[in-house]
Design a binder for this molecule. Structure first.
Ligand code: PMP
Length: 365
């Protein structure tokens, strides 16, 4: 038996870890720092690490109570009902749940390019088609409703990444609202806020719920993750906040035990440790500003925990930086062959990354 025709499916290209790179180059892992996957340089909250250890002895049971507790904690954080919080195996899992709920066979999704690859992959798994809207380098990757509407042709789901990976640009809430207003009632605006904690503005959950000047809407869903600001990428925990009207759909679409007991316990502890997130966000902002001010190349304004740098030949620069012990992301696979993306690290990591990048740029010139 052969697999179904997967010729349209492209494998997800995950960033390589330090161990893997060091082994390939036959070098010692301690020579490297990795600023390539937008991970938290401070690690998880210590309280989350304790919670994971303490959960070890009970993992023979299926998750239940912690799942419910975390759902309630997240719902409380955003002032929504428990039914509107859909826990998942990372933000990636939440993308799948939104597609499972929204897409009929052969429906299309509209995604940004450059952009995060998993939206399209997931849509294809759900027998959907993928169309793109372009964010323009010449226009500093500015995100507004018109840019999306120019490409819009009745797709069932529109993905907006705000802050956007890999550029760091955001779409203002008023523009997201206009996009929702000017698209079909049956089109869902899915706002991916994986990097939301690092941004200055309010969450699009405000639009969903009708906070302040915004009316409550039923055509917006928002994705969040514990992988970035909370430093829990390895446990795989994320969620979608969905319209009230979708409340009973989760039970029908979720993979049983959508988030593991370890993930839920870690998430609960992490939510309680505000201080860890505040510190992470503060150092991220400092790192972002340092890179913007000290890199000898154009750095775009970013609201994420990374910056995009215009280096000319991304694969050459990333390879040479790696040779010198700093692993960054070559954005060729995002369709930006002239750019590298550098994650905000600790102060030492950031200074080393900038010094290395500047040396490489000078040497390759
Ligand atoms: N959305 C965006 C824009 C991302 O960059 C990522 C992580 N690379 C995710 C979603 C998913 O992250 P996770 O599954 O780790 O929550």
């Amino acid at each position: 038996m052969q697999p179904r025709d997967l010729s349209d499916h492209v494998a997800y290209e995950a960033g390589r870890g330090i161990e893997e790179v060091a082994r390939e180059l036959d070098r010692d892992p301690s020579e490297f720092i990795k600023l390539a996957s937008n991970e938290n340089p401070h690690g998880p909250s210590p309280a989350a690490a304790v919670a994971i250890r303490e959960t070890a002895s009970s993992v023979s049971s299926y998750p239940k109570a912690a799942h419910a507790d975390l759902t309630t904690a997240v719902a409380g954080r955003w002032n929504v009902t428990d039914d509107q919080v859909w826990l998942a195996n990372g933000g990636d899992g939440a993308i799948d749940y939104l597609h499972r709920t929204a897409l009929e066979p052969a429906d299309d999704v509209l995604v940004p390019t450059p952009g995060f690859a998993y939206y399209g992959m997931s849509a294809r798994f759900h027998h959907g088609g993928v169309r793109e809207y372009a964010l323009s380098k010449a226009d500093d990757f500015t995100q507004d409703a018109d840019t999306v509407l120019e490409a819009y042709d009745g797709e069932r789901v529109i993905w907006v990444t705000s802050p956007h990976n890999p550029t760091g640009s955001t779409m203002p809430l008023a523009e997201i609202e206009r996009l929702a207003d000017e698209t079909d009632e049956e089109t869902l605006i899915a706002v991916d806020e994986a990097y939301g904690e690092f941004a200055d503005g309010e969450s699009a959950i405000a639009l969903l719920e009708g906070w302040d000047e915004f009316e409550a809407r039923d055509d917006i869903a928002v994705l969040r993750t514990f992988s970035k600001a909370y430093g829990l990428a390895g446990v795989r925990l994320g969620y979608a906040v969905v319209p009230d009207e979708w409340a009973d759909a989760y039970a029908r679409v979720n993979t049983p035990f959508a988030a593991s007991e370890l993930a839920c316990r870690a998430g609960l502890a992490a939510i309680d440790d505000e201080e860890h997130v505040v510190r992470t966000v503060e150092t991220t902002r400092e790192s972002r500003a340092y890179m913007r001010d000290n890199v000898d190349a154009h750095v775009w304004e970013s609201q994420g925990n990374f910056v995009l740098v215009d280096v000319g030949d991304a694969s050459a620069v990333a390879a040479e930086m790696q040779e010198r012990g700093v692993i960054v992301r070559d954005c060729s696979s995002f369709g930006l062959p002239g750019c590298v993306r550098i994650t905000c690290g600790t102060e030492d990591e950031t200074e080393r990354a900038v010094a290395t990048l500047n040396e490489v740029l000078a040497d390759l010139d």
